[in-house]
Design a protein around this ligand. Sequence first.
Ligand code: FNR
Length: 361
Amino acid sequence: MTEMEDNLPVNVREYQELAKKALPKMAYDYINGGAEDEHTLRENIAAYTRIILRPRVLVDVSKIDMSTTLLGYTMRSPIIVAPTGGHKLAHPEGEKATARAAASCNAIMVLSFSSSCKIEDVASSCNAIRFYQLYVYKNRNVSATLVRRAESCGFKALLLTVDTPMLGRREADIRNKMVFPRSGNLEGLMTTDDHDTTNGSQLERFARATLDPSLSWKDIEWLKSITSMPIFLKGIVTAEDVEAGVAGVIVSNHGARQLDYAPATIAALEEVVRAVAGAVPVLVDGGIRRGTDVFKALALGARAVMVGRPVFFGLAARGEAGARHVIEMLNGELEVAMALCGCRSVGEITRSHVMTEGDRI
Ligand code: FNR
């Protein structure tokens, strides 16, 4: 055993500390940061700490089955890798390393539209079920081309991110004059390539030039017309925004990088689950740092969860092995939480296993 292996982090927080040491400030701030006052960033995590578990004892938990299904695919556990852009900021192998890590854990990875590796390179890096995340650009041809490329590479579902008509104000990126690595995915598709680093966040200016702020409900029909992949909406936090006609809903505030003072996602989950009323699966992301957080999300009605920063930190700290270790640690923590709550399968995790602040009033 090498000295490094002997001192492996034992939780996500320790991976975050390692990542902070390993990364240049601009990259770490980009990954870690949120919008404006970062109130929602803190709340995404704090809201989980206010939910209490209600364990059941004297259940035979000698066999724990964490598997679950989504769109007919069986996953080893309900943990999915969230789409996060720019993995080459953390490691030269970028999303290819993350994809191999996810595949080795039998976890679904969602590839970001802003990936720093080409879609085709990630697809050929390993065999796995993968989903694709989409931003809609003013130049629809760019988005349509990338959707078609993902579909022909075997991606199984499309996550349309709906909380980003423009980029939230991420002040650390503005201060650092953030420069974002390009993937080559956009090569030959567009002329906007703003590498002027003299004034604020380059990412912010690029987003303003490209993202289509006119995106609305009618565009879902357009998207359906160009792909046969099932579509999830990523970025719903209110019952008012639950509409029929998609394959799934993801309760997300973009890791608190968009609208500050949006609700913590775990606090918004039940409202959305009630509005969806079992019609389609509901996923949640934001602030998940422990297996107990995954357990709480399932108890409040999520079919599965997505984790963003923890995997990115793992990648930054130890490359593919670190990303894999983060997913495995969360799986291990979930297994213990299930056993200690007397749940042998994810189907046995119910609302009665948690107590929220609302329950206590
Ligand atoms: C993101 N997120 C994101 N979402 C998306 O739809 N497309 C993207 O390209 C990105 N990029 C991205 C980069 C980084 C560095 C972060 C931290 C996040 C949001 C992401 O999918 C997810 O919603 C959050 O990361 C979940 O919160 P946690 O797990 O990071 O707390």
